[in-house]
Write a protein that binds this ligand. Structure first.
Ligand code: NAD
Length: 448
């Protein structure tokens, strides 16, 4: 697989969460010697033992493959990482700061400084985490301050676009690579670090670090806006009796608009989109260009209103009050094929139903454990059947294939009342109605 003439650079990956573990594993599969580093010893022990600590289709197989090749190791030791790597990828979390819309950069700063102060040879530090514009420039100064005198350290930014649920495919065959660099050396080192992927014809955009940082938040802002756009249309549909599903279908035949991300429903969530648009908005304000992205406040508000409106629909089906009503909540993850419950619309709706007095039973094929850790007060069922047994209202919150395929007639025999809110426009409304269900979905007219 080595398409280079010289030796392959040795890679470290700092932070082995969803992004870092995937990156480390895939790079080792592609032929690189990789060292994964995390401050969480349990995570490192599990990965070293061949166990992916989160749900991601195809990743466990790739981890075993990489370990079998003997090219992938894991450690908590920064000295080892500093001595090992030619190119260091920093993949630590950048969550929303408590009580603010800004990004919490303490993990990124710590990873860069802990590494930089230990490196005493030429190396490239590459940020992959999503950060506010200007972070790379600020970190460059910090790195220069802490690195041993005479060390030839440089910094670059390589934003990541992988989607959970498709992480392996997106890492091995990305739509594009973006390199934010300040020198030819940095560009060459990054080209070497991605040589097999570039050899497949993947487009590479070489830019300054500010542009590279901006590409990521601009892309996420665009996607969030597209989702909130169709959900705003759903609100208009609800006020007029129009059907947002038919509207989206008709719009999507226009090539300039397209069908992707034009899916009405409960809206976006997860560990990226919500916090990224808020941090972008915050950063733009700091930069004196707040007005340019003020629309992202609306995008956020439209998105959050979908959650409240889903609760309204469940309450309406329950007859006006949720007090003591048994509700089956299908899904907890922020999207199917993931066990990630960070800012998950599904769990948020389940929590709001619970706070209004509903007796909520949650079932997610993969995310029950993570959801339970976050909201231990909710009840969790370990099968779909147990979740819906005796339910007076059922609400679909994450569009797992298992829920899409469920037979409305069989489900109807288990629930107490055949009333369903399809929060994701994922079910066959006609089939449900034919099986005797009262079916409701956001932005679609009520059919008697
Ligand atoms: P995560 O929380 O799953 O993983 C972060 C990891 O970093 C954790 O394992 C944590 O223990 C570790 N860590 C924290 N501080 C550390 C330190 N100082 N040294 C070493 N390890 C440290 O987060 P994630 O979802 O993988 O996201 C990481 C970054 O990638 C974020 O900036 C995110 O916005 C971005 N991103 C994520 C995705 C995604 O789909 N998850 C996609 C693109 C970009």
């Amino acid at each position: 697989q080595n398409v280079l003439t010289g030796p392959l650079p040795r890679l470290t990956v700092i932070g082995t969460g969803y992004l870092g573990a995937t990156h480390a594993i895939c790079m080792a599969v592609l032929g690189y010697e990789v060292l994964g580093v995390d401050v969480d010893p349990d995570k490192i022990a599990r990965l070293a033992a061949g166990d992916v600590p989160f749900f991601e289709p195809g990743l466990p197989e790739k981890l075993r493959e990489a370990l079998d090749y003997g090219r992938l190791r894991f450690t908590t030791d920064f000295d080892e990482a500093a001595a090992f790597g030619d190119v260091h990828f920093i993949c630590v979390g950048t969550p929303q700061l408590a009580g603010s819309h800004a990004a919490d950069l303490r993990y990124v700063e710590s990873a860069f400084t802990e590494l930089a102060k230990r490196i005493d040879r030429r190396a490239l530090l590459v940020g992959k985490s999503t950060v506010p514009i200007g972070t790379a420039a600020r970190l460059t100064t910090i790195v220069q301050e802490v690195s041993p005198a005479g060390t030839d350290l440089e910094l670059a930014w390589n934003p990541e676009f992988l989607r959970e649920g498709f992480a392996v495919e997106d890492t091995l065959r990305p739509d594009r690579l973006v390199f934010g660099v300040a020198s030819d050396y940095a560009e060459r080192a990054l080209r070497d670090a991605f040589a097999p992927i570039i050899a497949e014809g993947t487009p590479v955009v070489v830019a300054d670090t500010a542009t590279a940082e901006l590409v990521k938040v601009a892309a996420n802002s665009f996607l969030a806006t597209k989702i909130s756009y169709i959900n705003a249309m759903a609100e208009v549909c609800e006020a007029t009796g129009a059907d947002v599903n038919l509207l989206a279908k008709a719009l999507s035949f226009d090539d300039r608009i397209g069908a992707r991300f034009l899916k009405p429903g409960l809206g976006f969530g997860g560990g990226c989109l919500p916090k990224d648009i808020r941090a972008f908005r915050h950063r733009a304000e700091e930069l004196g260009v707040g007005a340019a992205v003020r629309f992202l406040d609306e995008v956020d508000q439209i998105n959050l209103r979908r959650r409240a409106r889903t609760v309204d629909l469940v309450r309406e089906l329950a007859g006006g009050s949720l007090l003591g009503v048994r509700v089956a909540a299908l899904g907890a993850a922020f999207k199917p094929n993931s066990d990630d419950v960070r800012d998950a619309p599904a769990l948020d709706v389940a929590r709001m139903l619970y706070l209004e007095g509903a007796l909520v039973s949650v079932y997610d094929p993969e995310a029950n454990d993570n959801a339970h850790r976050l909201y231990p007060d909710l009840e969790y069922a370990d099968t779909l059947g147990k979740c819906v047994r005796g339910a007076e209202v059922t609400v679909l919150l994450t569009e797992w294939e298992q829920f899409r395929r469920a037979d409305p007639t069989l489900l109807g025999e288990i629930v107490a009342e055949k009333k369903i809110v399809d929060g994701r426009h994922a079910l066959d409304a006609t089939a449900y109605r034919r099986a005797g269900w009262e079916y409701r979905a956001l932005g679609r007219p009520v059919v008697a």
